[in-house]
Design a protein around this ligand. Sequence first.
Ligand SMILES: [Zn+2]
Length: 552
Amino acid sequence: MAKRKELRYKKIKLKLKIRLPEKIRVFFWEAGAKVIFVTDTFLDKVDDFLKEIVEDIKEIIGAGAEGAVDLGAAIIRWYDKSAEVVEWFVKKTTVIIMREYHDLLINLAKHRKAIVKECIIVLLVGVGAVAIFASAIDYEYAYNGKTLGIVKEQRDVLEILEMVSDELSLEYGSKIAIDPETDITFKPVISSGKDIDDADTVLRRFTYMGDIKAQAFSIIVDGETAVTVENERIAKDVLEEIKDFYTNDSDTEYEYVGFVEDVKIEACSTTLANISSKSAAVSKIRSGGQQESTYTVKSGDTLYGICEKLGVSLKELKGMNPGLNDNATLHVGDKFVTQQEIPLITVETIGVSVFAEATDYETITKESSSYYKGETVVVQAGKQGKARVTARLTKHNGQTVAREDISVETITEPVNKIIAKGTKPVPPKKGTGVLRKPVNASVYAGYGMRWGRMHYGLDYAAPTGTPIYAADGGTVTKAGWSGAYGYVVVIDHGGNMKTLYAHCSKMYVSAGTQVYKGQVIAAVGSTGRSTGPHCHFEVFVNGKNVNPAYYV
Ligand SMILES: [Zn+2]
């Protein structure tokens, strides 16, 4: 199949190579002639259309001021109509060209001159019509819905605003800000030409527009005007948008969405300067309120860092905190008074949410005769569980204020923390003469010569933190740092016997503490000269090292 296509393609290509120039020439003139006939009809249609426009304009002028509304509608109708005519023309000519393709050999070269003439006429008429139509359109410009005037081009307004909008905003204080993107709208109109504003007039209109009286709609919160917008629809949209911020959780079925405050929309008479655009109104409602709050200094805070965090200048912070100066030393826990931006409206939502939640474990203390009195040992670490909760949550601006659990389904059970509380009577805090192992681990290096030097103890390898027990009862004579030993504990058991425990990570006793045999005195570590966590254990008799292996 593909091969046959390829063959046919090559054949046609060869044919075309020979006859293409002549064929193409003839084709275009042939098609061109047909197009001219269609063009005649097209011009008739355009003529009808222009007559229609003239009728519309007459009617609009006759209607006077009320006609202005009709004008907008008429423009849209004209635009649709012209699109229809153009579409008809394109369809028609396409059909002709397709038909002509089958009839390429007919020579119409004699019509050449006539065709060229017609084409030029069509072209000129087309260009002229477009130019006339385009030049007839002017633009009415408005600030937040209030019409200010008419200009020839949109850029006549935008260029002026670009230059002076900052100054104008300053002129009206924080009351007015001109954002050409949202505040300025344009509407195409056909004007008589007399009312077109020049640059001076545009500037004057913007300079004085703040004082223009305007009918608008206010959003009233608990009797006070929060924001004022151009019309009721925008006011409703603003409130909907405020609600939308807190109703976008896909895991919640909302049962109620409303406002905590009494919120109303009311018509009002105001000046243009008081009217906000929709986006400005939304942000004013979301952050227009001020609430005094305190900031507590955290570790690592700097004065400038705090200002940045709170969104205030140093001057403002100083204003709210007399006595604060640039060189003040900050202390963790110091408090500053600050203003916090809060919404003017509180959105209350009630909805059923499904969410995962950690469940707490219980701590159970059990008495145990395995441990001495006074000892508490964690025998099982606690671990939080996980649950799937379905609850009806009442939220104010997204913060939960009330919760009613509907169902709690356990995903994983928590593991209780178990603490053993020793009950075994504490042995006398003095030596018995019989030693026990200091660590529940095995010896990996014994007493004797090692690497060419004497090793005076036994090494018990165990993870850091493993308890070290007193080998016998007695009195602690040393608990502290000692060079190569690191943290070391020495116990005098009486009867001229002492024991030593080195490289500890932690020590639970101090010099003078009386201990009983088996009491936890320290934890295994790797302090001092050590290559890994272990307890180095020595035994002294009459002040001399002996091999501990003979005693434990
Ligand atoms: Zn050792």
